[in-house]
Design a binder for this molecule. Structure first.
Ligand code: ATP
Ligand code: MG
Length: 347
């Protein structure tokens, strides 16, 4: 199976505690992209299981959280029956590791030492070599499939540039080995940077909702019991202005709740905009009543999502993974073989 269309590739990190910020800010946009673009592009969604222990984790949970990711994407509407959507686990395509090693030997130590993310995260003495080296594995993830578009956040732009540098360097040395992914600016134009949805923490709406928040009081997890999520919304920080209004600067808590309310309504299939929701509740002066509306609908959203998650077709997921992994091994091995020949490992 040879990809006939250009490839969009994105890694979907294994994660057991997904919150509504991840869901609305990252998961749904990927699924919508997959649905919208799959006529023109192959969509490679891979689960980067090899990337998940560059820092220490509980390994007894890794396998299940990898599958859980596929389940969550399915519950969120990923079209498993779309033949242009490929869902696969990185470690099930061994060419990733093998190409990473070859690329390693064409990557400068000095070049890698300039990666700012390692400088930030790995400056402690106990950082693993894997944490230092993972941008090269990421380059292999991308180059094996000749991906042109890879949606990257700010923390990954330097790694995408590194991927381009490695690919161009090897192309100069060995002829046209790799398709070089588009530069960051074109990636941003393609995916539309700046849509940047950021759900805020309920307790401290000055910061974004994050899974690494210690108390979890301001975070709604997809796995939260709907009743406790209801309580979290009722306890959300507001302000002393006393009138519902979308004003992110002066009323960040209320504005956040208006955004959340709009998103859960959209998820329920209602065609509403933030502006419409804001108009509907504009000027309401009893925050408790407003919060109850949001809390009820968030609880309902969670209940629906959890029902969908419980009902996902496990067998369909296993079958999708198996068939994508089979196809992706063919594509990846072709690239790997080309590289092996170029560097003299194969005749
Ligand atoms: P951590 O605290 O460990 O950084 P996180 O909650 O920020 O976790 P990530 O795993 O870093 O989650 O991010 C996964 C994806 O979810 C990214 O694409 C990120 O942009 C998106 N995302 C994270 N938090 C939010 C949020 N509050 N609102 C919208 N999108 C978010
Ligand atoms: Mg984060």
């Amino acid at each position: 199976m040879k990809p006939s269309k250009p490839v969009i590739l994105t890694g979907v990190r294994a994660n057991n505690n997904i919150h509504i910020g991840n869901y609305f800010g990252a998961i749904l946009p990927i699924i919508n992209m997959a649905k919208r673009r799959s006529d023109e592009y192959d969509i490679n969604l891979f689960i980067p299981d090899l990337h998940s222990f560059t820092t220490p984790i509980d390994h007894s949970k890794l396998y299940d959280s990898t599958l859980n990711n596929a389940r969550v994407y399915t519950a969120a509407g990923l079209p498993l029956d779309n033949p242009s959507v490929h869902l696969y686990r990185q470690s099930y395509v061994p060419a990733h590791s093998e190409l990473a090693w070859i690329l390693d030997c064409f990557t400068g130590f000095g070049e890698m030492s300039r990666m700012t993310q390692f400088k930030d995260k790995g400056s402690k003495g106990d950082a693993s070599v894997g944490l230092f080296n993972y941008p090269v594995l990421m380059a292999a993830d991308i180059l094996l499939y000749g991906a042109t578009y890879v949606p990257v956040g700010d923390d990954q732009t330097q790694h995408l540039e590194l991927t381009r540098d490695i690919a161009e360097r090897m192309n100069r040395k060995f002829g046209d080995l790799f398709i070089v992914p588009k530069p960051v600016i074109q990636q941003h134009q393609f995916f539309g940077k700046g849509q940047g949805l950021r759900i805020k923490d309920l307790v401290n709406p000055a910061k974004k909702m994050s899974k690494s928040d210690e108390s979890g009081k301001g975070v709604i997890f997809l796995s939260d019991d709907p009743k406790s999520a209801h309580k979290k919304i009722m306890g959300a920080t507001t302000d002393s202005i006393g009138k519902v209004q979308y004003d992110k600067e002066n009323q960040p808590g209320i504005s956040n709740l208006l955004e959340i309310l709009t998103l859960v309504r959209q998820d329920a299939g209602r065609e509403v905009t933030l502006e419409q929701t804001a108009n509907e509740y504009f000027g309401m002066d009893r925050y408790g009543d407003f919060k109850r509306i949001v809390a009820d609908e968030v609880a309902e959203f969670l209940e629906n999502f959890q029902n969908r998650l419980a009902a996902v077709d496990e067998q369909a997921i296993e079958e999708k993974l198996a068939s994508s992994e089979k196809d992706m091994n063919v594509v990846a091995n072709e690239t790997l073989y080309r590289v092996q020949k170029a560097v003299g490992l194969r005749k």
